[in-house]
Design a protein around this ligand. Structure first.
Ligand code: GLN
Length: 487
């Protein structure tokens, strides 16, 4: 049976473009048609940039016919709606930025354009990336393509659902506490959060600046490496950008993993994890062992049990500073023509922000206030140092650490909206690596009740190569990446 073009992987599509068997215009049209066919059920996009996409596709075809080449030349993909694309609305799925049209590109968008990728649209997300289900979007929830009664995860739920549903060969997401990996897990795709500083945050709307990192969502590990190649590297517009030149991440993918030391994090495989997920992870471990990896099922990082608490002090503290710019004057929503400055600000925030964003601002302001700063913020920073140190120690013994990506399977739309803490607990496995700033990937390792399960592989700072290599080795031995939701 031949596949429809939108069902190809990024690597397969790239090969067909390269051999001139298809044009980018055909490929892009196929994806746009797919979007038209399934969006009614999935709701992954806030904006579809159809005309721009077709124009970009034609120009990619022209470049190719004049001899240019490249793995992303002519490949359609989507961008989470918190990254600026020049002259395209960038809403953060918030009323506050509903009408914001940035006059410039995020660094990653410039790099993708330079590589000839075709931007097909902006994906839905939890408002300002705060959430784990994409239900906090001010516009509409996104649905999980595997079962549309379920959430796709979040906050990059639109990006993950788009890739899973064949509405793009890649999508960019952002990950502050798990927002690339958790939705990747829920939607059965590959999501990579690189080392903090590996990818420029210039043009990414700030959430928790010491935690935020952009990364790719794709249907395979090789696709992830190809997108990472295009977007990694130094940018002097981001003061936390790492100067080292990145390697070619596709080069070492197929190196064998014989002798690679894997630690399974025991604190993330305890009773708090669904039994179906635990057994899927243990089966994945067996697959890696058969490929020659040396596995220790007893890797321990005792302090990561505090990671969630640390995160819910540090991230809101940074939110309260970062979101102070939305005052009804400088950006976005401005509710009244007259009134005092305070009235304008108050109204803008009252109507511009949804409840979760307000909750985070309040939490952060509280944690930073005089008298509480030492008890909360300073203490959280101290525990953060402890967690980082435990990772550093662990990586003396192991090349990568393994865990589930999420403690539970995807949940139903509406199931957790009334209980913020239950929602926060979703990120218990992903948040520790944001706290430590290390690279981490999620890929599918099972299915239960028709819903995907994710395996998380984390590595040393700047060792995306090893993370991708172990993920690739696993993928080659299994067939999860070939299954797609039927929709
Ligand atoms: N779900 C987490 C939160 O709500 C993580 C979000 C993210 O990574 N952007 O903060």
């Amino acid at each position: 049976m031949t596949k429809d073009l939108h069902e190809l992987t990024l690597i397969e599509a790239s090969a067909l473009l390269n051999s001139r068997e298809i044009s980018s215009e055909e490929l892009t049209t196929s994806v746009l048609n797919r979007i038209e066919a399934v969006e009614e059920k999935v709701h992954a996009f806030v904006t579809v940039t159809r005309d721009k996409a077709l124009k970009d596709a034609k120009s990619a075809d022209k470049k190719r016919s004049s001899g240019e080449n490249g793995p992303l030349l002519g490949i359609p993909g989507a961008i989470k709606d918190n990254m600026c694309v020049e002259n395209v609305p960038t809403t953060c799925s918030s009323r506050m930025l509903e009408n914001f049209i940035p006059p410039y590109n995020a660094h990653v968008v410039d790099l993708l354009a330079g590589a000839g990728a075709v931007i097909i649209g902006k994906t839905n997300m939890d408002e300002f990336a705060m959430g784990s289900s994409t239900e906090n979007s001010a516009f509409f929830p996104t649905h999980n393509p595997w079962n549309t009664e379920y959430v796709p995860g979040g906050s990059s739920g639109g990006s993950a659902a788009a890739v899973a549903a064949g509405e793009g060969f890649f999508a960019l997401g952002s990950d502050t506490g798990g927002s690339i990996r958790q939705p990747a897990s829920f939607c059965g795709v590959v999501g990579l959060k690189p080392t903090y500083g590996r990818i420029s945050r210039y043009g990414l709307v700030a959430f928790g600046s010491s935690l935020d990192q952009i990364g790719p969502l794709t249907s395979t590990v090789a696709g992830s490496a190809a997108v990472l190649n295009a977007i990694a590297g130094h940018d002097n517009r981001d003061s936390t950008s790492i100067p080292e030149t990145p390697p070619d991440y596709t080069k070492s993918l197929d190196h064998e993993i014989k002798g690679v030391r894997i630690g399974v994090v025991k604190e993330l495989l305890n009773d708090g994890i669904d039994s179906s997920i635990r057994s899927a992870i243990l089966k994945a471990v067996e697959v890696l062992e058969k490929s020659g990896a040396i596995v220790d099922l007893d890797a321990s990082l005792p302090s990561i049990q505090h990671a969630l608490s640390v995160y819910y002090i540090i991230a809101p503290a940074e939110v309260s500073a970062n979101l102070a710019r939305y005052d009804g004057v400088k950006y976005g929503y401005s509710p009244v023509d007259d009134g005092t400055m305070w009235e304008v600000m108050e109204k803008a925030r009252e109507f511009g922000f949804g409840p979760e964003v307000k909750r985070r601002i309040l939490l952060g302001t509280y944690a930073l206030s005089a008298g509480y700063y030492d008890a909360y913020y300073k203490k959280a920073q101290q525990v953060r140092t402890l967690i980082r140190q435990e990772y550093t120690n662990a990586f003396e013994k192991y090349d990568v650490l393994l865990s589930p990506t999420t403690p539970t399977l995807p949940f139903k739309i509406g199931e957790k909206t009334a209980d913020p803490v239950a929602m926060y607990l979703n990120d218990i496995c992903t948040i520790p690596t944001n706290i430590a700033g290390i690279p981490s990937i999620s890929l599918q390792c099972g299915i239960e009740d028709g819903l995907p399960i994710g395996l998380q592989i984390s590595g040393k700072p700047l060792d995306e190569e090893m993370v991708l290599r172990v993920a690739y080795a696993y993928e080659q031995q299994t067939t999860w990446h070939t299954t797609r939701p039927s929709l």
